[in-house]
Structure formats: structure tokens, C-alpha cells
Design a protein around this ligand. Structure first.
Ligand code: PLP
Length: 403
């Protein structure tokens, strides 16, 4: 009889989003007239910008013609897209990344979940806390997390890098050695960022400990403060200790199109092995390339028109975030994030847990947020507001809260 992968049995069910869905369903069944405002989800709401749509149409027409048809993409992804990435995302920021260090994918989630395959099973893993759950679950699937304490919701072999208002959302370096470190900035869920100085401490730590940082900058496009690093490669020493994962999802509304990339510098050598070669092998074995049509759409993101239109779209979401921040501050809440990120992280009123505040907002205001405790132990006592909604519904939500 076939046996199953026992590590998968250790996965915790998607307790957070299924519990939210159940609570909403119960509330709606009892209050069918209620007009709910959803501020929990992290999906975008605005359509693709015109420059991207034009590139898609053109690429579709090319696929309809024998002379311009494209089949499988090259192993690393199309050069026209990787050139734009190197030029605009790195060279323009004074960061060095080479063309063949960029691996195009169908989004950041797969990359950030799969990257741990390059590392031994006995590596010690550290995650920011609160955390994007994929980092934890992908390591659970690979048996790297030890045993689970249901009471504390902590995995015994994981190091949780706590980020709360007490440390200004800047986690301290681990007190005992870790090998793989997941950092996400601008952060999901807290919407906070890390300064160059703070990020440099992590780079120095990783180089000293011969650890690797997996740097998820899926939300870098929301950074408006030029002093905040958009890429870890803006930090000296990062090329010998960091892999960076990026996405077009939140940058350009590609959540439904699917496009992302991972940078693995060739200087990343551990146990005499170039991680670049391992990822290249993995990529060509397990992935058959991002679609030509979508890659052309990605290229259009970097055109002058595309850049301008996307800046306007990001500004739309940031205007929502600003309104959420300012109105909640006026209403007396402690509010974090939301200035260089599409998420606003809000402390629950004294004495309320994340779920109690969630229930309060659902039942009294018909507003749906995400309870912070669902993102890890340090998320308790907070909720996440997403700024990805329509401006008018955000406005409506804020009126309900401030009235
Ligand atoms: N990384 C973070 C921190 C995210 O929040 C998300 C999506 O919400 C992703 C990665 C996934 O991005 P993609 O849509 O490119 O798979």
C-alpha cells in the first residue's frame, strides 16, 4: 500500500481564513440585509493598467501568427523581461544583479515556498513573527519545524523573530544560531518596513553565521520613502547571503495573471555548492516557464507609460491606507504600517484579543478585517486592515468606525 508523506499531516488547517469565512457566513445568515465591507483580503481590486492590457493584446496576436508564435519559454525566462528587471529594479537603485541571476516564475508564492528545497532538512529556520504563513507551512511540509504546541501555536524547531510595537517592529537578531532566515519587507501583515541600518545587521549576521536570508519584497512598490531599501541587494554584503523573491501581483495587479521572479546571486556558496546552480536545476526540472503573453505584460510594467500608470494605481491604494491610518488614529487607535505598504496594523482596544476585536468590527460595524493572531504569536492583540479595496468602501468603513 502506498504511504503518505507524514510531514503533510503536521500541517495545521487553514484555521484563520476558514474561521473568518464561517463567522461571516453565520453573521450574514442572521443579518441578510447587512452591507459588509471586506478589509481582510490581500487581493487587489483595480484592473490592469492600459499599458499592460495593450501588451497583452499584442502578445496574444503574436501567438496567433505562425511567424511570431512562442512555445516554451527559455529556462530562466524571457531575456526581454529579465533585462528590464535588472535595469529598473536593481541598477536604478544602485544594486548589482546580473541577468542570469534572475529566474522568472509564475509568482512569489511558489518561489518562496519552494526555495527551502535547496537546504538540508536539519537546518534551523527563523521567521519574522507575525509571519506570511507560507514560510512556516512550506517548512512543515519538509519536516523542518519539530513539534507543535497548540496552546502557544509555536513550532519547537522554529525561531520566531518577534516584531511588535515594543521593538518598533524591528526584530532582534536570534540569540542562538539559525541557518535560514525569512524576512518580508514591507511586511505582510504589519505593513512596517526595515531601515537600511537594521537590514545591514541581518546581512552581517547571515554572513557571519553562514546563514541565508530569504528576502520577500513582494510589496516593494509601495515604498515611497527613498531612504527605505526596496531590495536587500542595496545592502553591502547581501550578495553572499541573500536570495530575493519578488512579485508582480501587488506591484501591477497581476494576482490573476501570475508573474514573479527570484534572484539567486552566483556568490551564494554553501558547503562549496553554488545555490544558483541548484536553483537553476530545480527551476528547469520543476517549472516550465512563465507564459510569453504574461511576460510581455510584465515587460510593459517597465515602459514609461506603464510605470506612470502603475505609480497612479499604487497611489490609489496608498491613499486608502492613509485614510485608514489617519481616521483610526483620530478614533484613538494605535496604528502602525500603511505608509510604505498596503496594510495597516492596528492594536486592539485594551483588554481585547485579536478575535474579540474582529467580532466587534463584524457585529457592530459590519467590517471584516484579519485577526493578527492568525499570523503568529506576536500578532495577538492586533488586526490587519487591507488598503486594497475601493476608495468609496474604505471611506464608508472609516465613517462607520469614527461615527
Ligand atoms: N509574499 C507575500 C509576503 C505575500 O503577501 C504574497 C501574497 O499575498 C505573496 C508573496 C504571493 O505573491 P504572488 O501572488 O506573486 O504569488
Amino acid at each position: 500500500m502506498v504511504t503518505v508523506n507524514q510531514d503533510y499531516l503536521n500541517l495545521k488547517g487553514s484555521y484563520l481564513f476558514s474561521t473568518i469565512a464561517k463567522k461571516i457566513a453565520v453573521y450574514q445568515a442572521n443579518h441578510p440585509e447587512a452591507k459588509m465591507i471586506r478589509m481582510g483580503i490581500g487581493d487587489v481590486t483595480q484592473p490592469l493598467v492600459p499599458a499592460v492590457v495593450a501588451a497583452l493584446h499584442k502578445a496574444v496576436d503574436e501567438q496567433a501568427n505562425k511567424d511570431t508564435f512562442h512555445g516554451y519559454a527559455p529556462d530562466l525566462g524571457y531575456t526581454f523581461l529579465r533585462e528590464k528587471i535588472v535595469e529598473h529594479d536593481y541598477e536604478a537603485r544602485g544594486a548589482h544583479v546580473e541577468l542570469d541571476e534572475v529566474f522568472i516564475s509564475d509568482g512569489a508564492k511558489g518561489d518562496v515556498a519552494n526555495i527551502q528545497e535547496l537546504f538540508g532538512r536539519d537546518n534551523k529556520v527563523a521567521v519574522g513573527d507575525p509571519v506570511y504563513p507560507v514560510y512556516v507551512d512550506s517548512n512543515v511540509m519538509s519536516g523542518r519545524t519539530g513539534t507543535y504546541d497548540a496552546k502557544t501555536e509555536i513550532w519547537s524547531d522554529l525561531t520566531y523573530l518577534s516584531a511588535t510595537s515594543e521593538n518598533n517592529f524591528t526584530p532582534s537578531l536570534p540569540t542562538s544560531h539559525v541557518d535560514l532566515i525569512y524576512l518580508c519587507y514591507p511586511n505582510n501583515p504589519t505593513g512596517t518596513t526595515l531601515t537600511k541600518e537594521a537590514l545591514k545587521e541581518w546581512v552581517d549576521y547571515a554572513n557571519k553565521e553562514e546563514a541565508i536570508i530569504i528576502y520577500d519584497s513582494a510589496y516593494e512598490a509601495f515604498i515611497t520613502d527613498s531612504a527605505i531599501p526596496r531590495s536587500i541587494y542595496e545592502i553591502e554584503g547581501a550578495r553572499t547571503c541573500a536570495i530575493e523573491v519578488r512579485s508582480f501581483s501587488k506591484t501591477a495587479g497581476f494576482t490573476g495573471l501570475r508573474l514573479g521572479y527570484t534572484v539567486v546571486p552566483k556568490e551564494l556558496i554553501r558547503e562549496g555548492v553554488a545555490l544558483h546552480s541548484l536553483w537553476a536545476r530545480r527551476h528547469s526540472t520543476k517549472f516550465n516557464g512563465a507564459p510569453y503573453v504574461v511576460s510581455r505584460a510584465g515587460e510593459a510594467v517597465y515602459s514609461n507609460e506603464g510605470k506612470k500608470q502603475i505609480r497612479e494605481q499604487i497611489a490609489y491604494y496608498l491613499r486608502n491606507a492613509k485614510m485608514i491610518r489617519e481616521d483610526l488614529i483620530k478614533a484613538g487607535y494605535d496604528v502602525f504600517g500603511g505608509t510604505n505598504a498596503p496594510y495597516v496594523w492596528v492594536k486592539t482596544p485594551a483588554g481585547m484579543t485579536s478575535w474579540e476585536f474582529f467580532d466587534f468590527l463584524l457585529e457592530k460595524k459590519q467590517i471584516i478585517v484579519t485577526p493578527g493572531s492568525g499570523f503568529g504569536p506576536s500578532g495577538e492583540g492586533y488586526v490587519r486592515f487591507s488598503a486594497f479595496g475601493e476608495y468609496e468602501s474604505v471611506q464608508d468603513a472609516m465613517q462607520r468606525i469614527t461615527q
